[in-house]
Design a protein around this ligand. Structure first.
Ligand SMILES: Cc1cc2nc3c(=O)[nH]c(=O)nc-3n(C[C@H](O)[C@H](O)[C@H](O)COP(=O)(O)OP(=O)(O)OC[C@H]3O[C@@H](n4cnc5c(N)ncnc54)[C@H](O)[C@@H]3O)c2cc1C
Length: 389
């Protein structure tokens, strides 16, 4: 087989890149290890920045999203019973869009059905070769047979545990990592959201987030130690803990019901530099991870795709490799800003096991400053709705 761009990983990054390239007549093949159903069963992100929304439309996939999404013009930050409304629209002129990662991925898989062979699922032993030559190729096993794709470029979109990042020689690769001493216990429940916008709440008992997918599907999280087991959290225990962390009137208004999904996820900040090695380009979680506070994971993957897509178009349409040469530097500049914001929100809104009284006072001062300063609210809003590409 031969293609122009071989894409490893059929999550949102890989599928979006392939779909965008298709609009410009650039051939690609996506190699995904799992089945389509498995990828679609992963409940993950839900808040899209305007950049990601624009890319979906550019890829020709805006129709269902525009019909079914919810536009949020603001959010609430709650601390110790007080509430700070952050009006994104008034502060920045922009909003965010509630449309689940599962729906994004479903739209992308459905679109790929028009081109049989563009997305290959259940591929084992995917391995890129000769990335530092001008004739890279990727081998994989499908239906028991080893196959080979020759290509011009390889996009490593295979998430944090994929193989692409490992292809950059250790002496050329620098990894920056921060792990947080807690996780998020999250549930999905078929109940109406407690509030029309998201609530990020910090309290003496720790952080909580009230999020949603639609008017009868809520996504709630509480901060918990990573030593806790999900089996130790009955639905009743979860709802009680969530209510304790919210301002009283929201706690009282909360409609509870059985969880249809429950899990504990670790929180981590991670960046790999560079994001390019020879003809390999890393995108999304393959290159960087953020803690979910601030909803930057999927959105930062989207900005990588924007930069790589435009660089590939520049190369194929104008024979100009400048965008590809500068991809790593350009993408990393925005990645680090998203890392900073996610780290800041996580640090300000969570309780840390080793926090001193001084640290707690500083956290409180930070919240009071946010409450009283429009400039501080603007900084939060500007980052939350998404920095420009
Ligand atoms: C539990 C969880 C909750 C999250 N919640 C949020 C949230 O609320 N908000 C937010 O913004 N972000 C969230 N994120 C982050 C967000 O989901 C990711 O940033 C996003 O999925 C990145 O997309 P990606 O395509 O780069 O990587 P992935 O979605 O990880 O996709 C990578 C794909 O590559 C495939 N793959 C891996 N290895 C190989 C291989 N060797 N060969 C072939 N294929 C391979 C995988 O099966 C996968 O389908 C969450 C992440 C997790 C794990």
């Amino acid at each position: 087989m031969r293609t122009q761009v071989a894409i490893i990983g059929g999550g949102p990054s890989g599928l979006l890149l392939s779909q965008l390239l298709r609009t410009k007549g650039i051939a690609s093949v996506v190699l995904e290890r799992r089945s389509r159903d498995y990828v679609l069963s992963r409940i993950r992100a839900g808040i899209l920045e305007r950049g990601m929304v624009g890319l979906m439309r550019q890829a020709g996939l805006g129709e269902r999203m525009d019909k079914e999404c919810y536009v949020h013009d603001g959010t609430l930050i709650a601390f110790d019973g007080e509430e700070i409304p952050i009006d994104f629209k008034a502060l920045t002129g922009h909003s965010v869009t509630v449309y689940g990662q599962t729906e994004v991925t479903r739209d992308l898989y459905d679109a790929a059905e028009a081109d049989p062979g563009r997305v290959l699922t259940e591929c084992d032993e995917v391995m890129p070769h000769d990335l530092d030559s001008d004739k890279p190729y990727v081998t994989f096993v499908k239906d028991g047979q080893t196959q080979r794709i020759d290509c011009d470029y390889v996009a490593g979109c295979d998430g944090f545990h994929g193989i692409s990042r490992q292809m950059i020689p250790a002496e050329k690769r620098r990894e920056y990592e921060k792990t947080y001493p807690f996780g998020w216990l999250g549930i999905l429940s078929e109940t109406p959201p407690v509030h029309e916008e998201l609530i990020y709440a910090t309290s003496q008992r720790g952080f909580a987030l009230c999020s949603m997918r639609n008017e009868n599907l809520s996504r709630y999280f509480v901060q918990c130690p990573m030593t806790e087991k999900v089996e130790e959290w009955s639905d009743d225990r979860f709802w009680d803990e969530l209510r304790r962390r919210l301002p009283a009137h929201h706690a009282e208004a909360m409609v509870t019901g059985p969880s249809i999904e429950k899990g504990i996820a670790p929180l981590r900040s991670f960046v790999c530099e560079p994001m390019r090695w020879g003809r390999l380009f890393l995108c999304g979680d393959a290159a960087h991870i953020v803690p979910p506070t601030g909803a930057k994971g999927l959105n930062t993957a989207a900005s990588d795709i924007h930069y790589l897509f435009n660089a590939l178009v520049q190369f194929y349409e104008e024979a100009d490799a400048d965008g590809l040469e500068r991809y790593s530097e350009t993408a990393l500049t925005r990645v680090w800003k998203a890392e900073r914001f996610s780290w800041w929100m996580t640090t300000q809104l969570h309780r840390f096991p080793d926090q001193t009284d001084f640290d707690l006072r500083i956290q409180r001062a930070e919240m009071e400053f946010l409450r009283d300063s429009e400039a501080a609210q603007k900084v939060l809003a500007e980052n939350y709705v998404g920095l420009p590409y």
